[in-house]
Write a protein that binds this ligand. Structure first.
Ligand code: ASP
Length: 323
């Protein structure tokens, strides 16, 4: 009898640990910025370019997740493709600040370990998101700025480029237009990615050139953990885009996770409330992408559009731009 009871508890134990060792399907969600993204402004040829770019970025991240790779590697891979693509406001093609220079910000967070890394105001690092990852993995710090971040990246063996690498005629023209009109219309989008891997780990990352015509030295929400980027295996992974000053003041990315944990809200309730009530009430334009520990996705925005897309295990890639 004793042996039977033993056997019963052993089988129960194996069953329960099987439940705990999560075997979730993977999820990857990306954004390419929120703003005045309408079909009048983005004609079919341009839409097709964005469609391709977002699909490629999702494909790069999915390849890693499908092979059993980590959410961290997936978000970096997706973002690096967008950083290299001048269609987005990150890496090559980033917007110019008021002095006509590109100053880039990026961050990353690992939902499993709670570790995070970020760089801000960098001008020579080809892939700011990769530098953020190195700060997380290979330094004792969370956020390195300016020259210190650039020296660190150089010592880490990352690709260092002349600041002219980030220049594109389109961004320069935008700078000249904005300089003339002093308005923020027409800005390109920041990029971000959040992922849930097969092992049930969450990760989030964001990379940006910041707000066009920003003041020299200005740092937005994107490299600030808790504001523009956050991940915690207990709740969700979040990457934001929009008017950074508001996202910092409202600690937006962390607020999504906190509302889930403390108020018991769903991912959708928490992120919809923050974007469409809290931020909208402050006239704070923007949006976010998020995935929770169960694989639920949210992509709310309070602007006319947001470049975004997602892929889940066994289903085709989805890309969206407008409302
Ligand atoms: N949030 C970014 C910043 O304020 C800009 C953006 O997402 O468009 O730097």
């Amino acid at each position: 009898m004793k042996t039977i009871i033993h056997l019963f508890f052993m089988i129960l134990g194996v069953y329960i640990s099987g439940l705990n060792a999560q075997n979730t399907g993977y999820v990857l969600v990306i954004h390419g910025g929120a703003g005045t993204i309408t079909s009048e402004r983005y004609l079919p040829a341009k839409q097709a370019e964005y469609n391709q770019a977002l699909t490629d970025a999702l494909g790069a991240g999915e390849e890693i997740l499908a092979a059993g790779g980590s959410a961290l590697d997936a978000v970096v891979a997706a973002i690096q493709l967008m950083e290299a693509n001048p269609l987005f406001n990150s890496g090559k093609g980033a917007v110019f600040n008021a002095e006509g220079r590109n100053e880039l910000d990026a961050s990353i967070m690992d939902g499993k370990s709670g570790k995070a890394g970020a760089v801000a105001g960098v001008t020579t690092i080809k892939s700011p998101v990769e530098a953020a990852r190195r700060v997380m993995d290979s330094s004792a710090h969370v956020l390195l700025a300016g020259r210190g971040a650039e020296d660190f990246a150089l010592r880490q063996g990352l690709d260092i480029v002349d600041p002219s690498y980030f220049y594109t005629d389109e961004s320069w023209q935008e700078y000249l237009n904005v300089k003339e009109r002093m308005e923020r219309e027409g800005r390109k989008g920041t990029v971000g990615a959040v992922a849930l891997d097969k092992a049930g780990n969450l990760a989030a990352a964001t990379s940006t050139g910041g707000m066009v015509f920003k003041k020299y030295g200005r740092i937005g929400d994107s490299p600030i953990i808790g504001a523009g980027t956050y991940a915690d295996n207990k709740s969700c992974a979040v990457s934001c885009t929009g008017h950074g000053e508001y996202f910092i003041r409202n600690v937006v990315a962390y607020d999504v996770a906190a509302r889930m944990l403390y108020l018991g809200e769903s991912l959708k309730q928490a992120s919809d409330y923050i974007v469409n009530n809290k931020l909208a009430a402050q006239n704070a334009a923007g949006g976010l992408i998020a995935v929770d520990k169960d694989g639920n996705i949210a992509m709310p925005f309070n602007t006319p559009g947001m470049f975004r897309g997602y892929v889940t295990e066994g289903k085709p890639i989805q890309v969206l731009m407008f409302r």
